[in-house]
Design a protein around this ligand. Structure first.
Ligand code: NAD
Length: 497
């Protein structure tokens, strides 16, 4: 037995148990057991070949069935996401819509990226490129989009003919279970889709299991780097890493100060800053600082922070738990103690619950700024004097997920686009809210060059090239001696004895 404390309450848990609580209220939401990794992988191994051999149309029928079930359950599903993550109900609805739309996007992407292709070969032969599934793919999910992001790996993996073992985040097991039940109720066969609950230890056991053919991961860079190391001597297994960012947003010359403030606030504080693409660093032209920062502050002061089902609907809810909230407020204080000047303090408006008010801090004078992802509503501001310095500052990170320029000219955007090291580069748009119909991934510590979303099809199957002819007709044209045909006379001559 061990004890876990949540908001001053303690609840007894057995070693094998997992519990999740609603961040907004502290109420217990879900209780279950950690999964059996061996059993799940074994089941998936036994199931994948049959699933892969089934006609594509039958696999598509099942995943389309899943989409229609998710549509019917949209409100129930969104309510659960809001309860378990704390995100506003309106936002959870958009997450469920993304889950539903993922099916059509993935069907199109499968056809576009990995369908059969024929091309000319030698006379009498045909060449073809076809794709095969890997076999058993493990999927590790994060807590911030507990349905949309694992689903973004699972649906393309299933369409391609893989079996899946899914481990949801230990912070969002209820949403993981709901998603799994939707797959099963839509007729995706038992053992083709499997779920194992548990935390990092379960994730480790799954990722190290000999029986998987690959791992599709969405989560933090620290976990992703550890997994990359672990897979270093396993080139036989596919590893797709979707990790975090320390994303810049540059504000340059623009008459649209209010809209610029809106784009910055959306980038930094939507989902309480718990988006991989959230803007962490606002890079601003020195001469704009005194007009823009008050505009931004005025706007942020008006953002409603509240319970997911609250009225009026909140802009943002709490972060996922008190540990994360504590870590963020401590980070804010650490930035201050190392030379940061607070513009807007990060506070805890509701005692004992993980709600945070958005924090904004000017870190221009800090000697060394930490290049880490602070995963919450915390925006660091850096003043620069010219546009080259702004681009340098934007790239002053080991990460490379998203980057936006607000304002500026077309020529400046071209320079920004050409010089930015990021997988998402936007102009007069937020850093977040990328389309599922496009590839999504980052460079540097943000990913391992296996982008997801529309390109997820690429890592769910491998290409097989075939050269084919109906009969084995062949000849050697060059480098062949004439055949020496022995005459019957020579063979039977008495002299040859
Ligand atoms: P996390 O890395 O803590 O956990 C992700 C998953 O990995 C969880 O299921 C967890 O149990 C498991 N895990 C943890 N340690 C493990 C280990 N050593 N071995 C195997 N599995 C392990 O991430 P999180 O805190 O749940 O999610 C937030 C992070 O995810 C942020 O960094 C965010 O930027 C990132 N993220 C990235 C994307 C993207 O698409 N690039 C999208 C959303 C979130």
């Amino acid at each position: 037995m061990w004890l876990t404390a949540t908001w001053g309450r303690t609840s007894a848990l057995t070693l094998n148990e997992l519990v999740s609580y609603e961040p907004a209220t502290g109420a217990q939401l879900w209780r279950g057991n950690n999964g059996d990794v061996d059993a799940a992988v074994y089941a998936a191994r036994g199931a994948w070949a049959r699933w892969a051999a089934a006609p594509l149309s039958s696999r598509l029928e099942r995943v389309r069935g899943f989409a229609s079930r998710a549509k019917s359950d949209l409100e129930k599903f969104a309510d659960l996401i809001s309860r378990e993550t704390g995100k506003p109900l309106w936002e959870s609805r958009t997450e469920v819509e993304s889950v539903i739309n993922k099916v059509d996007v993935s069907v199109k992407a499968y056809a576009d990226r990995t369908s059969q292709r024929r091309f000319d070969g030698k006379p009498g032969t045909r060449n073809a490129v076809r794709h095969k599934p890997h076999g058993v793919l493990a999927v590790l999910g994060p807590y911030n989009f507990p349905a949309h992001l694992p689903n973004g790996h699972i649906i393309p993996a299933l369409i391609a003919g893989n079996a899946v073992v899914f481990k949801p985040s230990e912070k969002t097991p209820a949403v993981g279970q709901f998603l799994f039940d939707l797959y099963r109720n839509a007729g995706i066969p038992e053992s083709v889709i499997n779920i194992v609950h548990g935390g990092a230890e379960t994730g480790k056991a799954l990722s190290m299991h000999e029986g998987i053919d690959g791992l599709l991961f969405t989560g933090s860079a620290s976990t992703g780097v550890a997994l990359n190391r672990q897979f270093a001597n396993r080139p036989d297994k596919i590893l797709a890493l979707e990790m975090g960012g320390n994303n810049p947003i540059i504000v340059w010359d623009t008459p649209e100060l209010y809209s610029a403030a809106v784009l910055v606030a959306q980038s930094a504080f939507l989902s309480a800053g718990q988006r991989c693409t959230a803007a962490r660093r606002l890079i601003i032209k020195n001469s704009l600082y005194d007009v823009f920062i008050p505009e931004l502050k005025r706007l942020v002061d008006r953002l409603v922070i509240g319970e997911p089902h609250g009225e009026p609907p909140p802009f943002m809810g709490p972060v996922i738990d008190n540990d994360v909230a504590d870590g963020l407020t401590e980070s804010f204080l650490a930035l201050m103690s190392h030379g940061g000047h607070p513009i807007r303090h990060m506070t805890r408006p509701i005692e004992g619950r993980p709600f945070l008010s958005p924090g904004i801090i000017d870190v221009t004078d800090m000697k060394e700024r930490p290049d880490i992802e602070l995963f919450g509503p915390l925006l660091q501001v850096i003043r620069v004097s010219d546009f080259d310095a702004a681009i340098d500052e934007a790239n002053n990170t080991r990460y490379g997920l998203s980057a936006s320029l607000i304002g500026g000219t077309a020529e400046q955007y071209n320079r920004f686009w050409s010089n930015s090291r990021a997988g998402v580069v936007n102009w007069n748009q937020p850093t977040n809210g990328a389309s599922s119909a496009a590839p999504f991934g980052g460079v540097g510590l943000s990913g391992n060059h296996r982008p997801s979303a529309y390109y997820a099809a690429d890592y769910c199957a491998f290409p097989v090239v075939s050269s084919e002819a109906d009969t084995p007709k062949a000849m050697i044209g060059i480098g062949l001696r004439d055949e020496v045909v022995a005459s019957p006379k020579t063979l039977h001559s008495p002299d040859s004895r």
